[in-house]
Ligand binder design. Structure first.
Ligand code: ATP
Ligand code: MG
Length: 344
């Protein structure tokens, strides 16, 4: 019986270390429920609704996208998140004009998505996440963040304001964006610019991009009636990168805490297992976590985390250990499967 559950978790890739953005929020166990006295998810929600400029700070693989997807995903109320990709702009990410272009293009893409499909799937998917099977891997139906909140009428109104020409100067671009945001406010939605891939410039030669992006390229947004959420690698704040200078215009700082103990890592793994097992009627009642992953396995995994591995690396290790366990016909994921995965 438990072996069947282990097999299912492996087939469904339950411990996928790099889920799609929309799925991250489904798996997120709130940091503030795992660490006493820290506010993460509530603070981010509050800041987004209040139009604050927020730096979300953590090391790579430690939960920034997870928290953003949870708080600003399709179920979010009162906000209209605009996920602007900037990492691939490289040097251009330090340029206010190019970042403004990226913002305009993203708004136009999101609007098009709503205008083109204003009927059924979009609004339905905004209110309920579905679980589907695709290519052998479990995934939710891909839902875009704005889908749940934006009406086709507002989208069309924004579409009339947003023009994507690159031939205009920055002040005019800002005006285009400003006019595009107004219909959102009239619909009681706070626009939230989300830069979730602004934490990937890690090479020494990319220091200039980091500095330009944080100190210049997004500064013009101060004048807009919108919140900003920027993922920031902890390393950016180390000396040499300018440290506090990078935070000069971001007025809210949210740092993700480390997991305090093995029990919290256990909760994260259980949540993954629960989501994947829940809808599988043939398995009967979902088993207890300890029937799937033993306490000693979780302790070994936590030791790995404690010695510097990220949550992403620990999940990857768990998936490899699951393969070891199912190959061996085991009834539970045990510490020796983890050790074997570490050695492999
Ligand atoms: N609070 C959490 N609850 C459940 N799972 C989490 C949590 N935080 C992180 N994870 C998991 O850890 C992995 C890494 O998280 P995530 O992608 O959010 O990190 P990140 O900080 O955005 O990394 P990067 O800097 O590389 O973008 C994902 O598989 C995610 O599901
Ligand atoms: Mg991320």
């Amino acid at each position: 019986m438990t072996h069947a559950v282990l097999r299912l978790l492996r087939e469904r890739y339950a411990f996928d270390a790099t889920p799609m953005f929309g799925d991250l929020g489904v798996y997120n166990v709130q940091f503030e429920s795992m660490s006493d006295g820290v506010r993460v998810e509530t603070r981010l929600r509050e800041g987004a609704l209040g139009g604050e400029r927020i730096a979300l700070i953590a090391d790579s693989g430690c939960g920034k996208s997870s928290v953003i997807s949870f708080v600003l995903g399709p179920m979010a109320e009162g906000v209209y998140p605009i996920l602007v990709p900037v990492h691939s702009l490289m040097q251009d990410a330090a340029s206010p004009e190019r970042v403004a272009d990226a913002v305009i293009s993203q708004i136009a893409r999101d609007i098009q998505f709503v205008v083109n499909d204003n009927s059924d799937a979009l609004h339905a998917s905004g209110s309920r996440r579905e679980v589907t099977q695709s290519g052998g891997r479990l995934r939710k139906v891909a839902v875009r963040a704005p889908a749940g909140t934006l009406s086709a009428e507002v989208a069309e109104e924004i579409g009339r304001q947003i023009t994507t020409t690159q031939q205009i100067e920055l002040p005019e671009k800002i005006e285009v964006i400003y006019q595009g945001l107004l219909p959102l406010h009239e619909d009681a939605l706070m626009p939230v610019f989300v830069f979730d891939d602004s934490d990937r410039w890690s090479a020494p030669e990319e220091e200039g991009i980091v500095k330009g992006f944080f100190t210049e390229a997004i500064r013009w947004m101060t004048d807009l009636p919108a919140a900003i959420v920027v993922a920031m690698h902890s390393q950016y704040l180390n000396s040499g990168r300018g440290g506090s200078e990078l935070l000069a215009f971001l007025d809210t700082k949210i740092e993700l805490p480390l997991l305090p103990a093995a029990a919290q890592l256990g909760r994260i793994l259980l949540e993954r297992a629960r989501v994947h097992v829940e809808n599988e009627g043939s398995l009967g009642a979902p088993p207890e976590l300890t029937e799937i992953v033993t306490d000693s396995a979780i302790r070994v995994l936590f030791d790995q985390y404690d010695s510097g591995k990220s949550l992403r690396q620990v999940l990857q290790l768990t998936h490899h250990a699951l393969a070891e366990a199912t190959d061996a016909g085991a009834e539970a994921l045990d510490d020796h499967h983890i050790v074997a995965a570490i050695r492999a």
